[in-house]
Design a protein around this ligand. Structure first.
Ligand code: C5P
Length: 235
């Protein structure tokens, strides 16, 4: 295990993965859907570019769409974006490709979903602060609904929700640890929808901090109105 207390956080990157096809979203690319008049990806990037403690931003985008992303970055005067990298077939592959494209001097990294436009500065700050003395940090929110496992449209079993939480992004890591986790996942054939799980799969400790109910992932078209309301309140 790394000795977290002794690792420098001199260079901290944000890696925003936005290379999904948004199949659950309708026919327009969801990265550019307008939220209160600005493309979603502009809201996301701005959250990190104005965050103290984030030095550089790398965006992972669908192959062939770099120009459109560059335009948005320029139009909205977004700072700190140093790299645009073509993503892969899965989120995991997109993160791995992003990591390969990062500058080698990266000490710490926050990986964030391009589909989550509403993390507050307080949440990003909480991840950064915890990462000063921990190796891997993820935000979670406790499950509030009753959870069941369904078996062909009938209730199979009720899942005891004690201690069950939903996992969000941004997730923070020592960059070297996350690189190792992705390499190990390839070697062992492990697939996961988030990065914290890959760290856990290596037997390393992942620390949780409180997430935010408003840090929604825009997945379906009716999430747009909710994201707009949250952003109007925050700004
Ligand atoms: O599909 P899901 O909702 O889990 O996607 C979470 C984030 O991962 C989204 O921001 C999406 O753009 C990104 N992603 C990616 N490359 C993929 C699939 C998803 O960057 N191949």
């Amino acid at each position: 295990m790394l000795d977290a207390g002794k690792v420098d956080m001199a260079m901290t990157d944000a890696l925003i993965v936005a290379a999904g096809s948004g199949e659950r979203f309708g026919d327009q690319p969801k990265q550019f859907v307008l939220l209160n008049g600005r493309p979603m990806i502009a809201w996301v990037v701005e959250r990190f570019s104005r965050q103290k403690g984030i030095d550089r931003i790398t965006l992972v985008v669908p192959a062939g769409s770099k120009d459109r992303f560059e335009q948005v970055i320029e139009q909205h005067g977004l700072e700190k974006v140093e790299g645009l990298i073509a993503g892969g077939e899965t989120r995991q592959e997109s993160v791995r490709l992003g990591l390969e494209g990062l500058a080698p001097d990266s000490d710490a990294i926050l990986v964030h979903d391009g589909a989550r436009p509403c993390p507050t500065s307080a949440l990003i700050g909480r991840i950064l602060e915890t990462l000063r003395h921990k190796n891997a940090v993820i935000p979670t929110i406790p499950a509030v609904d009753t959870l069941i496992r369904e078996a062909s449209a009938e209730v199979g079993e009720v899942v005891d929700r004690t201690g069950i939480s939903a996992v969000q992004t941004p997730q923070g890591f020592r960059t070297e640890l996350l690189r190792r986790a992705h390499q190990s996942a390839i070697e062992k054939g492990i697939r996961s929808s988030d990065d914290g799980s890959l760290i856990l799969a290596m037997g390393e400790i992942v620390t949780t901090v409180p997430g935010e109910r408003t840090n929604i992932k825009v997945t379906f078209e009716d999430d747009v109105a909710m994201a707009e309301a949250i952003l109007a309140r925050d700004d």
